[in-house]
Design a protein around this ligand. Sequence first.
Ligand SMILES: *[C@@H]1O[C@H](CO)[C@@H](O)[C@H](O)[C@H]1NC(C)=O
Ligand SMILES: *[C@@H]1O[C@H](CO)[C@@H](O)[C@H](O)[C@H]1NC(C)=O
Ligand SMILES: *[C@@H]1O[C@H](CO)[C@@H](O)[C@H](O)[C@H]1NC(C)=O
Ligand SMILES: *[C@@H]1O[C@H](CO)[C@@H](O)[C@H](O)[C@H]1NC(C)=O
Length: 117
Amino acid sequence: MKFLVLAAVLISLGALVVSQSHNYAWGYRGPYDVMLNRTIAIKSSSMLQVKTMDLVYPLKGQLGRNITAINITDQYINGKGGYASLLSGGVGFNQTKIHLKSQRGNGFNFIVEIYGR
Ligand SMILES: *[C@@H]1O[C@H](CO)[C@@H](O)[C@H](O)[C@H]1NC(C)=O
Ligand SMILES: *[C@@H]1O[C@H](CO)[C@@H](O)[C@H](O)[C@H]1NC(C)=O
Ligand SMILES: *[C@@H]1O[C@H](CO)[C@@H](O)[C@H](O)[C@H]1NC(C)=O
Ligand SMILES: *[C@@H]1O[C@H](CO)[C@@H](O)[C@H](O)[C@H]1NC(C)=O
């Protein structure tokens, strides 16, 4: 019985932590897909400010491969992390532009991974 209660507490804590991160996943990473780019995108917080960052793939002058999946992991687990959206391209395209945006008065710390073939 004690064990069951403990398990229930741990599970609900786990759910809480998971739901506090703003993770994003687009597409499906197949067995032959390789990582095309991995970026750790960090902005520190400034009072009352919204911080943004745009990541582009591929870099200017480089050839882009076909994107099959994009995985963005929020390293803030307190719900204060930022938000991510795709401004262009993405899964099924050979380029993408990812927009990262903090909550007002907060920074962000994302791991952005792009997979493709
Ligand atoms: C990955 O993308 C970032 C953001 O566009 C860029 O700064 C970085 O140079 C890229 N890394 C590689 C290995 O292309
Ligand atoms: C992306 O694909 C289009 C055709 O779908 C091609 O014209 C273009 O050169 C490709 N761009 C890169 C950067 O590979
Ligand atoms: C990317 O996708 C296009 C259209 O589906 C295909 O013609 C092309 O061969 C693909 N490129 C690679 C490197 O797989
Ligand atoms: C996305 O990244 C997270 C954390 O790095 C990892 O646990 C998860 O398996 C990844 N998902 C995919 C589809 O690669």
